[in-house]
Design a protein around this ligand. Structure first.
Ligand code: ZN
Ligand code: ZN
Length: 277
């Protein structure tokens, strides 16, 4: 310990010392042993130690253990083809010549997006994954979610998008969080689908207040002019990626903006869908 506590007094300007390549690093047998031990421990932790499953806490080399991976994703559930809302038999309506199921809201007032794929409902325990991704920067969750979204897409009859974009954060929120959790899902998904991805095509021009505290009508007004398109999306099919779809107002506003800019079709890829408001 003495080696380290004395160092700031003995070497008052460590930055200058570091920059001077002719001067040898601190070499005491103790410091060398500690350095060796630290780097060995780091290698051991990275390659040998299993981590914990993000859902059940069991030891697992991957984000989810095999049991949780099989149990919680891709629950078989009838969903509205347009907005991915879970449908019960009483909500189910079909239009003539349309074999896909839709919720009443999408039939009465279709949103600007064409289709939505969702993995599961937004509830425990999968909501943990989104929290890990959003607030604890556990970016491996983005890769896991992308892998499952790819599987759901491959099971669907939907055409592949020409471009995949994340729902953008406002500049202020991006700076505060340091990364966009939707981009952490969008980029691996695009890579797996062999589709171009771009986080700069769509920007958030207005900082909107936290959506979860607002009622549906306020949310709609809140996001109506929140986005701007800066890339060329004319004639294209755009895939939009987000972690949680709640009312759908944000994705509706984004799809509306994309279609104003000339996009032909918009498909949403969301990890979790709130069952209802
Ligand atoms: Zn588990
Ligand atoms: Zn719907």
């Amino acid at each position: 310990m003495g080696v380290f506590s004395a160092s700031s007094r003995d070497f008052p300007d460590l930055a200058v010392m570091k920059a001077d390549s002719n001067r040898p690093p601190i070499q005491t047998p103790m410091a060398a042993r500690l350095r060796e031990f630290a780097s060995a421990a780091k290698r051991f932790a990275a390659y040998a130690l299993p981590s914990q499953c993000a859902l059940c806490g069991n030891l697992s080399q991957r984000l989810l253990c095999d049991g949780c991976d099989a149990q919680y994703w891709n629950e078989p559930r009838l969903r509205c083809a347009t907005c991915a809302l879970p449908l019960s038999a009483s909500l189910l309506r079909r239009e003539r010549d349309d074999t896909r199921a839709h919720c009443a809201a999408c039939l009465e007032s279709p949103p600007a997006f064409n289709d939505t794929l969702a993995l599961a409902d937004y509830r425990a325990p999968l909501d943990t994954l989104v929290v890990e991704l959003k607030f604890r920067a556990r970016l491996a969750a983005g890769e896991t979610i992308a892998r499952h979204l790819l599987a759901v897409f491959e099971d669907s009859d939907l055409p592949a998008p020409d471009l995949i974009v994340p729902v953008p954060l406002s500049h202020a929120r991006l700076v505060a969080r340091g990364y966009n959790q939707a981009w952490a899902m969008a980029r691996p998904l695009a890579r797996m689908m062999n589709v171009r991805s771009d986080a700069s095509v769509v920007t958030r021009v207005r900082h909107t207040s936290a959506q979860s505290r607002l009622d549906q009508e306020t949310r709609r007004r809140n996001v109506a002019s929140a986005f701007a398109v800066s890339g060329d999306v004319r004639g294209g099919h755009v895939g939009v990626v987000d972690d949680v779809m709640t009312s759908g107002a944000t994705l509706d506003a984004l799809a509306r903006t994309l279609k104003h800019a000339g996009a032909r079709r918009v498909t949403n890829f969301v990890a979790l869908r709130t069952p209802k408001d």
